[in-house]
Write a protein of this length. Structure first.
Length: 405
């Protein structure tokens, strides 16, 4: 390839006209506590703070980077990232004879560094995460079961380490068979997904071959259904932060419109959102009413009557209000017993609707984009107001019919 310079000159290099400055980057929880902070992040002066935060928090390599004092640390300068990206692309291009000359390879490198610094172009996230870690810093890491096609032999080969032949691809489509533990089956899928998530890529699968709830098993008995397995995959994805950063796994779940579990699948996220609402509202009610009962007990002047709702009018009123708010009776009894044992307050964790909060971490279905695959036949059934058949996965017999609308 012959590479003409458009933004740069041979004498000046990529950064002559670009001013860099140090910035501070941080992430805070809703309560104000600091999750991540980094001082002295060197970025182009014209970059926004959002761009700075994304680079520092998501894409800077956090370990194994040689420092000026000879120790290993993390990336701190955007130019380090630009170099490992453009330098790697140049390296492989030169290795396989893509460029007409060394000058063309240098022009390719300079132009790309300039374009990255000026935000004219940018690669996908797995490139930012992984590309150039071996080329620039010699980082290897144990092999993770990845394969690549050797361009010299045309044969697929196992990667010898994690970063010499990295995983720079953004999205993968994986198939899954109606099999529990064998290769290509359900449990094998979670392992394959984890390998992809670990290095920052996303994955999507169509789960329509998996048996529905109540569908017969070959060894007798009934299947626990697709949803039970989707919840396992959802929890697995939530436990993995792609690329070793604060970014979550990117996962897509697809289901055909004729699967018997389609209605449960469609309502899955809605039902889980309602659970979050119940946790948020319920925790606040518990905190208010249980502590009100505590105060009502200890605030009664006659010590002999304090914990007797029949004689302590304030306690009786507090208990009545708690019952009216649907506070479970066993909790009411427990808090009165705690008050008798000397407790003056009870700590009830109060949840919020922060997506990264404890309430959302408790429910399922939060780590995937769910999609339904519809057919022309289904859309015609909707238009005509006909019945729609939901079919067993093993034999295509009709499990039941529902209104298409």
């Amino acid at each position: 390839m012959k590479i003409d310079r458009y933004y740069t000159t041979k004498q000046a290099g990529p950064y002559e006209a670009i001013e860099f400055e140090p910035r501070r980057s941080e992430i805070r929880n809703t309560d104000g506590s600091v999750v991540f902070e980094m001082e002295g992040v060197m970025v182009p002066k014209e970059w926004s703070q959002v761009a700075t935060d994304i680079l520092a928090q998501k894409y800077f390599r956090k370990a194994g980077v040689p420092q000026q004092d000879g120790k290993l640390g993390h990336e701190t300068d955007a130019r380090q990232v630009f170099h490992r990206l453009a330098g790697t692309w140049r390296h492989w291009g030169e290795r396989h004879g893509y460029f007409d000359s060394e000058e063309d390879a240098q022009a390719f490198y300079d132009e790309l560094c300039y374009m990255l610094a000026k935000q004219i172009g940018a690669p996908n996230s797995p490139q930012w995460f992984n590309t150039g870690l071996h080329f620039a810093y010699g980082i290897e890491g144990p092999p993770q079961g990845h394969w690549y096609v050797n361009p010299e032999t045309g044969e697929a080969e196992r990667s010898k380490n994690a970063y010499e032949r990295p995983q720079p691809h953004a999205c993968f489509i994986l198939s899954v068979r109606d099999d529990l533990v064998n290769e290509g089956g359900i449990m094998d899928l979670w392992m394959r997904e984890a390998r992809i998530f670990k290095y920052g890529s996303g994955v999507g699968s169509n789960f329509s071959d998996i048996r529905a709830d109540g569908e017969p098993l070959s060894g007798g008995g009934k299947s626990s259904g697709l949803m039970s397995f989707l919840k396992i995959g959802d929890r697995s994805a939530g436990a993995i932060k792609s690329g070793g950063t604060t970014r979550r796994a990117a996962k897509m779940v697809v289901l055909d419109i004729d699967h018997p579990d389609i209605e449960t699948f469609v309502n899955w996220k809605v039902m889980e959102e309602q659970k979050v609402a119940a946790l948020v509202a319920g925790s606040r009610l518990l905190n208010r009413h249980l502590n009100h009962i505590m105060k009502a007990a200890h605030g009664w002047p006659n010590e002999d009557e304090r914990f007797d709702a029949e004689r302590n009018e304030r306690l009786r009123e507090a208990v009545a209000l708690a019952k009216a708010a649907e506070v479970p009776i066993n909790y009411i009894q427990r808090v009165v017993q705690l008050a008798q044992n000397g407790y003056t307050a009870i700590h009830v964790p109060v949840y919020d609707n922060d997506w990264n909060g404890e309430a959302y971490m408790t429910v399922s279905g939060q780590n995937a984009n769910n999609s339904v695959r519809v057919t022309n036949e289904f859309m015609e059934a909707v238009e005509q107001g006909r019945q729609w058949a939901l079919k067993w996965r093993t034999n295509s017999d009709i499990a039941r019919t529902v209104e298409a609308r």
